[in-house]
Design a protein around this ligand. Structure first.
Ligand code: ATP
Ligand SMILES: Nc1ccn([C@H]2C[C@H](O)[C@@H](COP(=O)(O)O)O2)c(=O)n1
Length: 330
């Protein structure tokens, strides 16, 4: 047995409820190649603003009379999608049957995560990419992939193995051997949690030298492309819209003045009791901007079709809302 979910938005008239319910069920049957004799039962819910007809009545009117059906009122959660009919269809089938859940009209917003949407975020150091990418991914229920963390994890490994930054062959060899995994906001290096170790000023200082090595980039990009193929993702870095996911449906380029970026990083590190000087951070940011934009392979640059967001005078929430609205309305 399997259960297939679906939803559609409608209007509160009998005609609209009948029409939209039948469209939704027809699409679930068509896409999943099922017949009414495969169906065990169907449960509908409708939001509080739908009371002109029962969705089940639409199916009976359309000739389906032998399937047990029930209609309920959906929970009335604040700010949730209005005028929406949700359904779950229980079917008899083989255990290995792949089912596809169907979301139509504005109900697509309920499950953007099922649509294989790719969101690319690029920008210079400290522009807020990872902070907003993480929030945005949470809001959209997408997977977040922090590609900078992957270069940082390799840099951390280079540092603990005392490998000279000039020894490119050893660094490339290490890059091809290590296992980097991003799980639940944690960065795992060969199974070890290095989430906070990779954020120290000493790693930040070295990482742009490591990420300049073409063979290292080749290895990382291959891994990043593989990760991007697993459903809907928000990925941030420097070359995401241009190299890793040039086919992304949504591309953003976040930026802010170097002084504001340095101040944000200074506040972040001092709040963690890491002793740093504002001027050192500003110099590091300027040096990394130079390295990232002037390197030969996949330099940091805005893709022609990226939307630029200057976050200098915007709060984190404002940036996330702006991006979310662009995606939800796109
Ligand atoms: N719009 C904003 N307003 C205020 N602070 C912000 C804003 N965006 C991000 N920050 C803060 O700025 C700091 C840097 O942000 P974040 O680490 O997300 O930048 P980043 O672009 O991912 O940088 P990097 O490329 O160096 O990893 C964090 O402390 C974050 O909380
Ligand atoms: N796709 C990427 C991601 C990151 N880098 C480089 C640029 C930075 O100097 C470094 C660390 O990134 P951060 O964590 O600060 O975003 O890695 C890159 O070249 N390409």
């Amino acid at each position: 047995m399997k259960a297939i979910r679906g939803a559609i938005t409608t209007e509160n008239t009998k005609e609209a409820i009948f029409h939209d319910t039948i469209s939704l069920i027809d699409e679930i049957f068509r896409i999943n190649k099922i017949k009414s004799s495969d169906v065990i039962s169907i449960f509908f819910t409708a939001t509080k603003d739908i009371d002109a007809a029962y969705p089940a009545e639409a199916l009976r009117h359309n000739g389906i009379s032998n399937i047990p059906m029930m209609c309920f009122q959906e929970m009335n959660v604040k700010k949730s999608l209005e005028k929406c009919i949700r359904v779950v269809v229980f079917i008899n089938c083989e255990d290995d049957k792949e089912v596809k859940h169907i979301y139509m009209k504005n109900a697509k917003l309920l499950r953007l995560d099922l649509l294989n949407i790719k969101v690319a975020i690029d920008g210079p150091a400290g522009a807020g990419k990872s902070t907003v990418a993480k929030e945005l991914a949470k809001k959209l229920n997408f997977t977040y992939i922090d590609t900078g963390a992957m270069y940082r994890a390799l840099t951390y490994k280079v540092a603990i193995e005392n490998i000279n930054l000039e020894d490119k062959n050893k660094i490339v060899e290490l890059a091809s051997k290590i296992d980097i995994d991003l799980k639940n906001d944690k960065v795992l290096l060969d199974g070890m949690d290095v989430t906070s170790e990779i954020r120290t000023p000493s790693i930040s200082e070295k990482v742009s030298y490591i990420s300049m090595i073409p063979e290292v980039r080749e290895i990382m990009v291959k891994l990043q492309k593989r990760l991007s193929d697993k459903g809907s993702v928000v990925m941030d870095g420097r070359d995401i819209a241009t190299v890793v996911m040039p086919d992304a449906q949504f591309k953003f380029f976040l930026t802010a003045s170097p002084e504001i970026r340095a101040m944000r990083r200074y506040n972040e590190l001092t709040s963690k009791k890491i002793p740093v000087k504002y001027d050192d951070i500003l110099n590091d940011i300027k040096k990394r901007d130079k390295n990232d934009t002037e390197r030969d392979v996949a330099p940091l640059k805005k893709a022609d079709d990226s939307i630029v967001i200057d976050t200098t005078n915007m709060s984190i929430d404002e940036v996330v809302s702006k991006m979310y609205n662009i995606i939800a309305n796109g």
